[in-house]
Write a protein that binds this ligand. Structure first.
Ligand SMILES: *Cc1c(COP(=O)(O)O)cnc(C)c1O
Ligand SMILES: [Zn+2]
Length: 414
């Protein structure tokens, strides 16, 4: 679908796609991409989507600002259409009537970030850019490297040296040019932007590049197909729990759900709940103090994927939660760690950032913000294999015995 124009989410300035590549030239705000169907909803066919046999984000090409880049079959065509689960044990333990979990670890590089990187690589192919760079705490880079490898290109990734080893191994394995920065994610972010200006590289950075949110909105379309479409009309609205670092996943979901409302395919917006770590809560702080200004913090949390000093899509993620009647909640690292084996009981293995969303659900139930009778969905954004150290910290070590029946009996009975 063609891009109608870009619109600054902060000052409202409108720009054409050949005038601007990243953020608003006047105020630095994130750009919203306005597509032709927003002005002419007749351009998209609901049946066309529901009947599509494409089982990836490319089934929503009619709603995306890029066309399907081809390269089939490759991991690029395995992004999205991740499964949703109803965990019976968790529903029972929590006394919830309807709990959904969407498992984003099933994406090719094992995190939600593949959605954004797939759309950015499609844009890069369309605009014929040679070199893509991304700053990343790990997952965005791994996703960019994976998508680039799918189309036989090479990405340049800047990541903090402290990123979990599995994420760095992924980057290197996908053949990206990996440069580790002795500093924070925020410092890598700023450096990658300087490098883009200096060397003419196309920058994929979360939020900074308007196409990341366009990829992330596809998760909202899937939640519509998989959950909302089958919900009885009079039930409570769905509440969606989302882990928040830069705020770009939350903004993406908000955009996707607003599209569906605008097209008349849903009749109300799900409530979006942003979950941040206590030690990385810049957006939640603004929400609690009813402010429109996001003040940078000095982030410290073991959930590395959401450890952000200055969220790069904070304002949109703040407004979206207010608009949908949702809320922000913050959780300490101990609760994040505990949420890893708690989700394990539902057959999921998640990294700390993904566990954060579940910890936010638990806190919301505890504090009476969420009615256990209302339907809720937790977005599990990344795989536990990405950060085995954190999972190991969250469980008791297994006993070690001699390989004899006597030793086994001794353990079981003693
Ligand atoms: C990036 C990431 C998030 C947070 O997304 P933002 O857009 O930065 O808010 C959450 N979980 C995982 C696993 C991630 O990689
Ligand atoms: Zn602006």
């Amino acid at each position: 679908m063609a891009i109608h124009h870009f619109e600054c989410s902060c000052c409202g300035k409108t720009l054409s796609p050949d005038e601007v590549t990243y953020v608003c030239p006047d105020c630095g705000g994130n750009l919203d991409t306005r597509l032709d169907y927003e002005f002419n909803p007749g351009l998209v066919s609901k049946e066309g989507i529901l009947d599509s046999r494409e089982m990836s984000i490319w089934r929503y090409t009619a709603l995306l600002p890029v066309s399907d880049p081809g390269f089939q079959p490759t991991p690029l065509h395995a992004v999205g259409m991740t499964p949703v689960y109803r965990p019976p044990l968790l529903e029972k333990t929590l006394g919830m009537r309807e709990l959904w979990i969407k498992d984003e670890s099933r994406n090719p590089s094992a995190s939600f970030k593949d959605r954004a990187s797939a759309v950015v690589i499609a844009r890069a192919i369309e605009t014929d850019v040679k070199t893509i760079v991304a700053a990343s705490t790990g997952n965005a880079g791994a996703a960019m490297a994976c998508m680039s490898a799918s189309v036989a290109r090479k990405a340049i990734i800047l990541a903090p040296r402290s990123a979990p080893p599995a994420k760095i191994a992924q980057l290197l394995t996908f053949g990206a040019q990996v440069i580790l920065v002795e500093g924070t994610y925020d410092q890598a972010f700023d450096l990658s932007i300087e490098a883009s200006h200096e060397f003419g590289w196309y920058n994929r950075n979360t939020g900074y590049n308007p196409f990341t949110v366009e990829g992330k909105k596809t998760a909202a379309y899937e939640i519509w197909e998989q959950v909302l479409r089958h919900m009885p009309e009079r039930s409570e609205p769905l509440t969606v729990f989302i882990p928040v670092g830069d705020g770009n996943i939350l903004s993406g979901l908000a955009k996707g759900f607003k599209d569906l409302l605008h097209l008349g395919w849903i009749d109300r917006l799900p409530r979006l709940v942003g979950v941040q770590a206590d030690g990385s809560a810049a957006i939640a702080n603004a929400f609690f103090s009813r402010s429109d200004t996001i003040m940078p913090i000095s982030a410290t949390t073991l959930a590395d994927s959401i450890s952000v000093d200055l969220p790069r899509d904070g304002l949109r993620a703040l407004k979206a939660v207010r608009e949908t009647g949702g809320w922000y909640v913050t959780v300490p690292d101990e609760e994040i760690l505990k949420a890893i084996p708690a989700l394990g009981k539902a057959g999921l293995f998640v990294e700390p950032a993904a566990a954060t969303a579940y910890a936010g659900l638990l806190k919301s139930l505890r504090e009476g913000l969420l009615d256990p009778a209302a339907p809720a969905l937790v977005l599990c954004t990344g795989s536990g294999l990405k950060d085995v150290r954190a999972a190991t910290m969250a469980v008791n070590p297994a006993p070690v015995i001699e390989p004899t029946l006597a030793a086994l009996k001794g353990l079981l009975h003693g």
